[in-house]
Write a protein that binds this ligand. Structure first.
Ligand code: HEM
Length: 474
């Protein structure tokens, strides 16, 4: 796999400092669990391991197997590696858990959108939002995806060095903004970009009472962040107002959400604030994820020329000289396997966290209420019990009739919190691959060092410079 570093690291080493502060206050709990399930309580070792969550969890698997436990500061935390336990946490016992504590960091920007809300409020918002993500509505977005991919494609010249991660990020942002808010947003995408950059800046900043206090100081950077987020809010609230005043509905997500009424509940719709939160959530959850999935896919294609040749053959056969459209999706079978395999090897979301609300039983162990629960797509997707030669990128593995447990592959999560945008993500990923792949082949820049960075999503730590070679003049 080229020079891809197999052991990713979480850049946020500062997390360790926070944990150190919490570890100081560590109090040992006596639980009815076998001692083998636990680490040996060496707090300094734990601290250093926590600087790299994936490596730390990988070691847990090596030492303790499918189900293990450790202290995360003061919180007893469990890590489920086996798909059956993952299914228990995400689906079977989903009503006994809520999201992990880290999700609160997102609330200042996302408000109470689908990603951050909980309980009955979340279920109601999900009921209201679901119709907008149905197949028949989503398919009308194919033109937006293809048109935007064509614009990006036409900007490149043969031999250009392309910053692939940046190109995919701005392409998916414009696609998401247009699909979710309509074409009038196009000239304002810079506002969204600034606000999302501010958001990621805030999120990356290490969260302790001290840094929170520092962050709230009216520094120039802080003022720029606040202003970017305020401008985005003004833009969205302005659009909501115009839509409410307009009797004729448009076909974008915002209009769909605005018209939605909770027939199962009190029959009312969303307030302006709820609409704003859902739109910002969808923009954030829906562009960076797909951009990273595409970037890693172009990288994998550049490292696997045989797969790339079959990909091009399929595009030439299925799409030919015309623009791709949603009717092509079911015929792009090999392209779909490539994207699927790419999200197995490098899942865009690598870890999911939950907190138990009540005492639970998992893998035969009693889990106290208030425990942390982790599952990891990155690690379970590479378990040799389910995948032969798991680090190798091999789309054909999905054609073989190997039975695997359901949650041996879960790039989009599961249960009540399953990614609501999965269908959109597949459509966008496949149509963008088809449109760009018809015209271009991408080679990895020989000087590019490739390693994953897991902050919110898994992106290339040092960027992804690729050289564009023209395949056809389309
Ligand atoms: C390759 C692309 C994508 C990946 C890998 C991905 C992955 C995920 C995962 C793993 C979750 C579950 C999080 C959890 O359980 O804690 C999730 C939730 C979510 N995703 Fe995606 N996503 C992608 C694209 C999208 C798109 C295009 C949208 C567009 C709207 C979207 C919107 C959401 C929302 C709103 C949630 C929260 C759902 C809820 O809790 O009810 N995602 N996504």
């Amino acid at each position: 796999m080229g020079n891809l570093c197999q052991g990713p690291s979480n850049d946020n080493c500062l997390l360790g400092l926070r944990v150190l502060a919490q570890v100081m206050a560590f109090s040992h709990e006596v639980l009815p669990l076998t001692p083998e399930l636990f680490g040996n309580g060496n707090r300094i070792k734990l601290l250093w391991k926590l600087c790299n969550r994936i490596k730390f969890l990988q070691n847990q698997v090596r030492e303790y197997g499918d189900f293990s436990s450790f202290m995360m500061g003061r919180q007893r935390t469990f890590f489920a590696y086996h798909p059956d336990q993952i299914q228990e946490i995400l689906v079977t016992q989903q009503k006994s858990v809520k999201k992990g504590l880290g999700i609160n960091w997102l609330k200042p920007v996302l408000g109470e959108g689908l990603v951050t809300s909980e309980g009955e409020f979340h279920r109601r918002q999900r009921r209201l939002a679901l119709p907008a993500f149905q197949k028949q509505y989503l398919e009308t977005y194919d033109k937006i995806i293809v048109d935007e991919s064509l614009i990006v494609s036409r900007e490149w010249r043969h031999g250009d060095t392309v910053e692939m991660d940046e190109a995919m990020m701005s392409m998916t942002l414009i696609i998401a903004a247009t699909a979710f808010m309509g074409s009038e947003i196009r000239e304002n995408t810079y506002l969204i970009n600034d606000a999302l950059t501010a958001f990621f800046d805030l999120f990356r900043t290490f969260r302790t009472p001290l840094t929170r206090a520092i962050n709230s100081l009216p520094t120039k950077r802080r003022r720029a962040h606040t202003s970017a987020l305020r401008q985005l809010d003004e833009l969205i609230y302005g659009m909501i107002k115009r839509r409410r005043d307009e009797p004729r509905a448009k076909s974008d997500l915002l209009s769909m959400l605005l018209l939605a009424q909770d027939a199962e509940g009190d029959g009312t719709g969303m307030t302006d604030k709820q609409l704003r939160d859902e739109v910002v959530t969808a923009l954030l959850a829906g562009h960076e994820t797909t951009a990273n999935a595409l970037t890693w896919t172009w990288y994998q294609l550049s490292q696997n020329p045989d797969v790339e040749a079959r990909f091009h053959e399929e595009l030439d056969r299925v799409i030919g000289d015309r623009p791709a459209c949603s009717a092509d999706l079911e015929k792009l079978t090999y392209t779909r396997l490539i994207l699927k395999e790419s999200m197995r090897v490098m899942p865009v979301v690598s870890i999911l966290g939950r907190t138990s609300l009540v005492p639970m039983e998992l893998a035969g162990y009693q889990i106290p209420a208030g425990s942390g629960l982790y599952v990891s797509q990155f690690l379970t997707h590479r378990d040799p019990r389910w995948y032969d030669d798991p680090k190798t990128f091999n789309p054909d593995r999905w054609l073989k009739d190997k039975t695997r447990p359901k949650f041996s592959y879960f790039p989009f999560g599961g249960g009540l919190r399953h990614c609501i945008g999965e269908r959109f993500a597949w459509m966008e990923g496949l149509l963008a691959m088809a449109t760009l792949g018809r015209k271009w082949r991408f080679k990895l820049d020989p000087d590019q060092v490739v390693a994953p960075l897991m902050v919110v999503t898994t992106r290339p730590r040092y960027g992804m410079k690729m050289i564009a070679e023209e395949r056809s003049s389309l």
